[in-house]
Design a protein around this ligand. Structure first.
Ligand code: B12
Ligand code: SF4
Length: 472
């Protein structure tokens, strides 16, 4: 049977991405899990058009909440053409009933235990409506099908070594989506790291861990990193800030080729940090944490969130200076978004603060879907955009690149310069995050005042239908 795994995507910037940096791992992971005897293709809508006239029998859609509207449009189109459609991923796991209005089957949670059966059921025309399982052990997970990735991804070797995170931040679905903290056997992870069939030297060198919190379990990460030392890779991951307290681990990270750590710093407000339940962060120690990594030449990527109850426009815009002052190398700036499965979602729903007229496209991390406390929803979008413009203003980008050239090791400098260049270039050509308010329920491709023609270059960014309030 032919299967198309479609990783759904809708541009989040006015003119899309100029370069495609790192791929999702989900599509190539599902492809690797597919039992032999089936012909599987992976389509990244971020890069290539989705072929509605495909000869595949089974279409497997994977998507985040922000892309759900587009996923449903694709599902409807495929089903109208007689295809079997199954959907999974973080959105489908929390909204299975809604998914079943558009798809033949829905996958709830992690798919390793049931994906082979699901494929067999589909090939025999006996697809069940719901597939779900308890969080599985991560033993015997095969190497992702890197060979199926389009060549345009800059850093193609994405790896997952662990799932889950011991913390429970109020806005994060990880504790309920991937419960516990589970690790893959080190030998399996090394097999992914040893995969080398990439055309460019940096692609063979860089390993990007798409883990929730790779360093959470010291005995595991130490074993993995010791094995990585002779392999001379450059690696990056997400970790919690408490990692800097362990100097031995930092030494091991340096020795094994760590070039970048992503921290969820989130905010400079003490009350906001409490609201986020981010107990592992200490505002007074932000600078020190960054310094500890810089001493080892490792770059610090950091996420910041706008829209906590204590935030106002001034405090949001002020983050552009604050993050520069603590010497973050690459900032990632989001709007607080209540995803189902989080304490934040429950709290805003219970207090009637969810904006019911906002379609899923507003849940893309750059738009507002709830009534903020100290400013209007429109003001929150505006404040985020002002922060984005200031943080990626040429002078600040330039300052970060020059500083990185003096403090970071070679791989870290190159990666940090590329990422700053990526966002700095967007800022220069005003390729800002799309303000979904301007779409006012219209399909994406009918909004030329919001989206420049180039967004639709590939003709593959489908129209979104506004979700009706009753769906929630
Ligand atoms: C790596 C990652 C990223 C990476 C890569 C993104 C990407 N496109 O893959 C980066 C850093 C770019 C990123 C960005 C964002 N992310 Co992110 N990310 C993750 C993270 C940490 C791991 C995801 C992953 O790769 N897991 C490994 C793979 C193998 O697992 P998986 O995708 O979950 O798939 C498994 C199952 O879900 C299932 N499955 C998935 N799809 C399908 C399809 C079918 C048909 C079937 C049967 C099964 C199935 O089977 C798989 C195997 O078990 C998750 C947290 C998490 N634990 O899920 C957040 C997470 C997915 N991200 C999230 C968000 C919100 C974002 C952003 C919007 C953040 C922002 N403010 O900008 C952006 C969106 C960017 C974009 N272009 O899509 C949310 C999504 C919540 C939601 N309900 O949508 C999560 C869950 C974290 C959170 N805050 O709760 N992210
Ligand atoms: S530390 Fe990161 S992954 Fe863990 S719960 Fe908090 S936001 Fe989620």
């Amino acid at each position: 049977m032919r299967i198309d795994v479609v990783v759904v995507y809708v541009p989040r910037y006015r003119v899309g991405h100029e370069k495609h940096f790192v791929p999702p791992i989900t599509g190539i992971h599902l492809a690797a899990l597919t039992p032999p005897g089936h012909d599987v293709r992976v389509v990244h809508q971020q890069i290539e058009p989705v072929d509605l006239e495909t000869d595949a029998k089974l279409i497997a859609l994977s998507f985040f909440s922000g892309f759900a509207t587009e996923a449903y449009r694709l599902a409807d189109e495929f089903r109208a053409r007689g295809k079997l459609v199954v959907a999974g991923g973080p959105h489908a796991s929390y909204w299975p009933d809604e998914v079943l209005e558009h798809c033949d089957a829905v996958a709830v949670g992690e798919a390793e235990p049931f994906w082979p059966n699901l494929v067999t059921d589909a090939s025999r025309g006996r697809l069940k409506k719901i597939y779900r399982s308890a969080p599985p052990s991560l033993e015997r997970i095969p190497t992702p099908r890197y060979d199926l990735l389009p060549s345009s991804f800059f850093v193609p070797r994405v790896v997952q070594a662990t799932r889950g995170c011991p913390f429970s931040c109020s806005f994060c679905t990880v504790p309920s989506l991937n419960p516990g903290f589970r690790t893959r056997p080190v030998a399996d992870v090394l097999a992914d790291i040893d995969y080398d069939d990439f055309p460019h030297w940096w692609q063979r060198r860089v390993v990007w861990f798409w883990d929730d919190n790779l360093t959470a379990k010291r005995s595991y990460i130490e074993r993995l990193l010791r094995e990585m030392i002779p392999r001379k890779r450059w690696w990056l991951t997400q970790a919690s800030m408490d990692v800097v307290r362990d100097r031995e681990l930092l030494d091991l990270m340096e020795a094994s080729g760590c070039i970048g750590i992503f921290f969820g710093i989130e905010t400079f407000g003490a009350k906001s940090l409490r609201d986020a339940n981010k107990l592992q962060n200490r505002i007074s120690r932000y600078r020190e944490c960054v310094d500890r990594l810089h001493e080892r030449g490792i770059s610090v990527m950091a996420g910041f969130v706008c829209g906590f109850d204590n935030d106002d426009a001034e405090s949001i815009v002020a983050m552009a200076d604050q993050l520069q002052k603590i010497e973050v190398d690459v900032p990632f700036l989001s709007v607080l978004t209540p995803y189902k499965g989080t304490p934040l979602y429950t709290q805003l729903e219970d207090s009637g603060r969810l904006l019911r007229d906002r379609g899923w496209e507003h849940y893309n991390g750059y738009n507002v879907t709830f009534q903020p406390n100290r400013l209007g929803s429109a003001e929150l979008v505006d404040a985020h955009r002002e922060l984005w413009r200031r943080a990626f203003a040429p002078a600040r980008v330039g300052e970060r690149i020059v500083r990185a050239s003096k403090t970071l090791r070679r791989g870290a400098f190159l990666m940090s310069a590329c990422m700053n260049g990526f966002y700095g270039f967007k800022r220069l050509r005003r390729n800002e995050p799309i303000d979904m308010r301007a779409l006012a329920g219209r399909p994406l491709r009918e909004a030329p005042s919001v989206l420049d023609d180039r967004t639709d270059r590939g003709g593959h960014y489908g129209a979104g239908r506004p979700r009706v309030a009753s769906q929630r």
